[in-house]
Every structure is written in structure tokens, then in C-alpha cells.
Design a protein around this ligand. Structure first.
Ligand SMILES: Cc1cc2nc3c(=O)[nH]c(=O)nc-3n(C[C@H](O)[C@H](O)[C@H](O)COP(=O)(O)O)c2cc1C
Length: 218
């Protein structure tokens, strides 16, 4: 498929190395074919067949368009859930101070996000949610990560920006959010992302010294 712009990485290696988090988007809406290619790549990602659940039942992808009634409601629900989760975590840390060392950083981050919201959810053209059915072994989170990564690399290949919206996971127990997606309660884990055109060129590919990370065990 033709890229959405001319800054597209060409080789597979370039796609892997130029994949970055994009957190600010223009109002321009990507072509529907690009969105279809990105969502299709989530379906091609590996899933846990050992659970015995067929893929058609295991994975569901939802595309929400900016300014649509359902997107607006989904984002409001998510922000109010973020506030509730942040308040709950603050109380937990007050009651169980020994958890502070481990969880303080996350609690502060959650508080900041719950105060200021997630700006891209208000301007990215598409919010994509993937639902993965819970099973045994309980590997739905790993499966979701594969689906998100496929979409991230496809978006990068097409010259589009991508941001993970991990807070989507908090909504797997939110009755109204599940109702909005037509999902039954308690059966699916969720993850999400937004896509669109980056408002500024994504940061350049990072350089890593592989010797610091990789050990050849011989
Ligand atoms: C499990 C996981 C969850 C993440 N959740 C978010 C998120 O909710 N919002 C966000 O902006 N970035 C999120 N990120 C992206 C990381 O912050 C990002 O990948 C990291 O800072 C490296 O930057 P890069 O993606 O530009 O290479 C998440 C990454 C991982 C692996």
C-alpha cells in the first residue's frame, strides 16, 4: 500500500529502528485503507491457540473515530476511570506504606495523567481498541502486546504516528465502556492506541550499543 506521506521508512530494518511513540497529532485523517491495513495487522499477530479458543472469538478490534458520539463517551469514561484509579491507588499507598517504594513513581504518573488527561485522545483521528478473550493459560496481555506491536510497525511503515494508550486496560472492568463496545463483562482484556499524522516529525531512530544488552551464551 502507498504510504501516507513521503517520510516512510523503506526497509524492514528502518521500520524497526524508526518506530517511536508519537503523542501529538494533526487533525488530518488518514485514509480508511491505511486504517484497515493497520487493524488487519492486529489480526495477523500471534494469539494463544493453546487456550483452545478460536481466533474469531479470541480477538476483536474496535475503531473509534474522533468527534463521534461513541469516541467522546469512551474518552469521558476513560478519564473518569483514571481519576477513580488514581484516588484508589493513593488510598492504598496511604494504608499500606510499604508499597510506596515500589509504586510511588507510577502513582505520581497516574495522578498527573488523571489531572491533565491524555491530550492525544482529544485530537488523534482514530482510537483503536483491541480486546483479547481471557483464557487458560492467562496470556491475554502478552497476546495484546503482539497485536499492538503489529499495528505500531504497520503505522510506522505507512508513515503514520502511533501512541499506546495503556489506560485502556483499566476499562476492562468498566460496565458502560464494555457495553459501548458490545462486549460481555469480565471476559476480555483490553489495550488501545491512537493513530494519526504526527504534528511534528517523530524523533530520530535511537542508537544503542548492543554489547550492553546482549549476551551470547556459548
Ligand atoms: C507496556 C507498555 C505500555 C506503554 N504505555 C504507554 C502509554 O500508555 N502511553 C504512552 O504515551 N506511551 C506508552 N508506552 C510507550 C513507552 O513510553 C515508549 O515506548 C518508551 O518511552 C520508548 O520510546 P519510543 O516508543 O519512542 O521508542 C508504553 C510502552 C510499553 C512497553
Amino acid at each position: 500500500m502507498a504510504p501516507e506521506n513521503n517520510n516512510m521508512p523503506e526497509t524492514f530494518e528502518q521500520i524497526i529502528r524508526s518506530r517511536r511513540s508519537v503523542r501529538s497529532f494533526t487533525d488530518e485523517v488518514p485514509r480508511i485503507e491505511a486504517v484497515k491495513e493497520i487493524t488487519a495487522s492486529a489480526i495477523y499477530a500471534p494469539y494463544a491457540s493453546a487456550t483452545g479458543i478460536p481466533l474469531s472469538e479470541t480477538r476483536k478490534v474496535f475503531v473509534l473515530k474522533q468527534n463521534s458520539e461513541k469516541m467522546t463517551e469512551a474518552v469521558e469514561l476513560l478519564f473518569s476511570q483514571l481519576k477513580k484509579s488514581s484516588a484508589k491507588l493513593d488510598i492504598t499507598l496511604m494504608l499500606l506504606p510499604f508499597l510506596r517504594k515500589k509504586m510511588k513513581g507510577f502513582a505520581e504518573r497516574l495522578k498527573a495523567v488523571s489531572d491533565s488527561g491524555i491530550p492525544s485522545l482529544k485530537n488523534a483521528p482514530y482510537y483503536i481498541i483491541v480486546a483479547e478473550k481471557k483464557g487458560f493459560p492467562p496470556v491475554e496481555k502478552q497476546s495484546l502486546a503482539h497485536a499492538m506491536q503489529n499495528m505500531w510497525l504497520t503505522a510506522t511503515h505507512l508513515g503514520l504516528g502511533f501512541q499506546l494508550i495503556s489506560a485502556t486496560g483499566l476499562m476492562s472492568k468498566n460496565d458502560r465502556f464494555l457495553e459501548l463496545l458490545g462486549l460481555p463483562k469480565g471476559e476480555y482484556e483490553l489495550d488501545g492506541c491512537v493513530i494519526g499524522f504526527p504534528s511534528k516529525p517523530p524523533e530520530t531512530a535511537k542508537e544503542f550499543d548492543m554489547d550492553k544488552f546482549i549476551t551470547w551464551v556459548e
